[in-house]
Design a binder for this molecule. Structure first.
Ligand SMILES: *Cc1c(COP(=O)(O)O)cnc(C)c1O
Length: 382
């Protein structure tokens, strides 16, 4: 008897993954360049919150000097980087685990806690990786929408967490995409819930606020996630870290891939921590530019920028369709983030670039706006 040609391995994959929608990945520069018919150096990329000033020159030097270390497996415990991070976040290295981006740690946390069907509370609109990894783990995602001002709805979270016996709560502060911080008193209140709170501080360096990393050793149920992708300009190298309660560390060490942080990422991250004044000067430049951009964009009739404590600005678009603005900017080689979700479909998110990039953006926005009959609008609080 001949076997049917259908692959038996394919029909036995997990049915939940077979039914899953594919993830829409971002397009690499080369592909964008071809699609827009523009050389790479004429594309202004303000769609992924990357650092317009790039990595520290010391990080680049360290990478260039990697030499034969590239042929040796990395330290599975990333001891040298964790020791430097302990100084940076002022928490003992015993509480710190590094990963291939904060993204890897989100996945690791879910693997540690979630059996299929277990509940995770998510507060949209927020970072897309939480639902992505939740789906991979077969978690039940309980969505508690943010309030109109994008702050987390604390009462609704408490109720949803209790009703669903949730194991994890994901919070992002400053939140992506609006750039708002969680109030310390609200965080404190949510920490009273019988679940693990994962506080994603990917953008904390741009906030001027105190990181919550320092209180993790005193809290049994708080994890703080951080990354080198944004402030240190290392998004392409994938370096993130988490500060975890002591009780989780032994278990995380058991389940992490032994060589999750590669040697290039490791040397670049350490060189970055040794070059803080230079990198923080860039952060200050981005913060200053954020202020100027918000001010200038507020004067453009079709846009209402929200206040931001991060390196991006969420704007409500009034009058024309947000997608039309995104496309018109794209035709001029300027990339911004557009969202299909109903709550955000009339918004765009713009990463803060260099002053030159902002000038090009503002010029293009003014030209687009002058063709429109938009109303001036204001977000309360700005
Ligand atoms: C960019 C981003 C991350 C991803 O960090 P990586 O270290 O690059 O994986 C995590 N959380 C939020 C909210 C982000 O916007």
């Amino acid at each position: 008897m001949t076997m049917p040609r259908t692959s038996t391995t394919a029909v036995r994959i997990r049915p939940d993954i077979a039914a899953m929608e594919p993830y829409t990945p971002i397009l690499p520069f080369e592909v964008l360049s071809e699609r827009l018919g523009r050389p790479i150096d004429q594309i202004i990329k303000l769609d992924a919150n990357e650092n317009p000033y790039g990595p520290s020159p010391k990080a680049l030097e360290a990478l260039a000097g990697l030499g034969s270390n590239a042929s040796i497996y990395p330290d599975p415990e990333s001891r040298r980087l964790r020791a430097m991070l302990a100084g940076y976040v002022k928490v003992d290295a015993a509480y710190i685990l590094v990963g291939a981006g904060a993204d890897e740690l989100i996945d690791l946390i879910m693997r540690l806690f979630i059996m299929p069907g277990d509940a995770i509370v998510n507060c949209p609109p927020t970072f897309g990786m939480y639902p992505f990894d939740a789906a991979l783990c077969g978690a039940r995602l309980v969505s508690v929408p943010r309030r109109a001002d994008f702050s987390p709805d604390v009462e609704a979270i408490e109720q949803a967490a209790q009703e669903n016996d949730a194991k994890l709560l994901f919070l992002c502060s400053p939140n992506n995409p609006d750039g708002g911080l969680i109030e310390p008193a609200e965080l404190e209140r949510l920490l009273a819930l019988p679940l693990m709170v994962v506080l994603d501080e990917a953008y904390i360096e741009f906030s001027g606020a105190q990181s919550m990393a320092g209180i993790v050793p005193q809290k049994p149920n708080l994890i703080v996630l951080r990354t080198f992708s944004k402030w240190a300009g290392l998004a392409g190298l994938r370096v993130g870290y988490g500060i975890f309660p002591e009780s989780l560390m032994a278990h995380l060490w058991k389940i992490k891939q032994p060589y999750n942080l590669n040697v290039a990422a490791d040397v670049a991250a350490r060189a970055s921590l040794a070059d803080l004044p230079m990198l923080m000067a860039n952060v200050e430049r981005i913060i200053a530019e954020r202020g100027r951009l918000i001010e200038q964009m507020s004067a453009i009739p079709v846009l209402c920028p929200y206040p931001s404590r991060s390196n991006f600005i969420l704007c409500k678009v009034v009058g024309p369709e947000a997608i039309a603005i995104k496309k018109q900017l794209e035709d001029q080689g300027i990339l911004v983030r557009y969202y299909k979700q109903p709550r955000l479909s009339d918004h765009i998110r713009i990463s803060v670039g260099t002053p030159e990039q902002s000038d090009a953006l503002l010029k293009a926005l003014l030209a687009i706006s002058s063709q429109q009959e938009g109303q001036q609008c204001r977000i309360s609080g700005t």
